[in-house]
Write a protein that binds this ligand. Sequence first.
Ligand SMILES: NC(=O)c1ccc[n+]([C@@H]2O[C@H](COP(=O)([O-])OP(=O)(O)OC[C@H]3O[C@@H](n4cnc5c(N)ncnc54)[C@H](OP(=O)(O)O)[C@@H]3O)[C@@H](O)[C@H]2O)c1
Length: 230
Amino acid sequence: MAERPYTVLSASMSIDGFLDDASERRLVLSNEADLDRVDAVRASCDAILVGAATVRNDNPRLLVRSQARRASRVAAGLSPNPIKVTMTATGKLDPDASFFACGESEKLVYTSRCRVEDARLALGHVATVVDGGDPVEPRRISEDLRARGVRRLMVEGGGTTLTQFLAHDLADELQLVVAPFFVGDARGVRVVGDGPFPWNPERRGTLLDVERIDDLVLLRYALSERCPRG
Ligand SMILES: NC(=O)c1ccc[n+]([C@@H]2O[C@H](COP(=O)([O-])OP(=O)(O)OC[C@H]3O[C@@H](n4cnc5c(N)ncnc54)[C@H](OP(=O)(O)O)[C@@H]3O)[C@@H](O)[C@H]2O)c1
């Protein structure tokens, strides 16, 4: 099997397991201290991946916010911001989205083989469009990223994307933040959908750490042997 990057899944959810509610507005789950923690994780990674629905719904910039962290990356010979990565079956992404428009780092769009040509026409001036397989396979993306020099990958959601990385056993660590409220509406986006997850009652993950961040709780789970303990 080809190598893949060390992969950290990161998400914030409500007590009842939602990443987002059904409203147009972005659901605020995090707080300043946690955003700063997430910023540090971003700065420690070579690439950040989100699903296309997150690019469309949240219009995230996916940049390292702290000037000091960007400077440390540059001092280490890296670009100020990690590579941005998304996956899409349809290729329907706006080239003016912040994902493409913000920051100097490389942007990679993995799409299905039959969409590559159209996607290159629409997005080729703002991103590198890569054949992700037919249909797009998360393992192929992961291995291709490693071949492009990505040693450490952060997957920031949404639920469909987290589900795929978990179900294909492509994750080494899960950093899950729980916010102290309920969404209580099945039209919201769940942290994961259904899937043949490799961690189940017969094969439990390992709880590495529990940290209180003001009114949030951060749970860190080791999901592979590669995840450092202690
Ligand atoms: N709380 C948090 O930590 C957090 C973090 C991130 C996002 N979110 C929320 O999560 C929501 C979005 O989550 P989501 O589950 O709807 O979507 P998502 O995971 O962000 O994106 C799903 C989309 O990614 C593409 N995709 C996923 N797997 C693919 C595969 N194997 N092959 C090809 N394309 C694939 C498809 O794009 P196409 O439709 O283009 O084909 C699919 O519709 C947003 O509302 C956002 O606010 C929350």
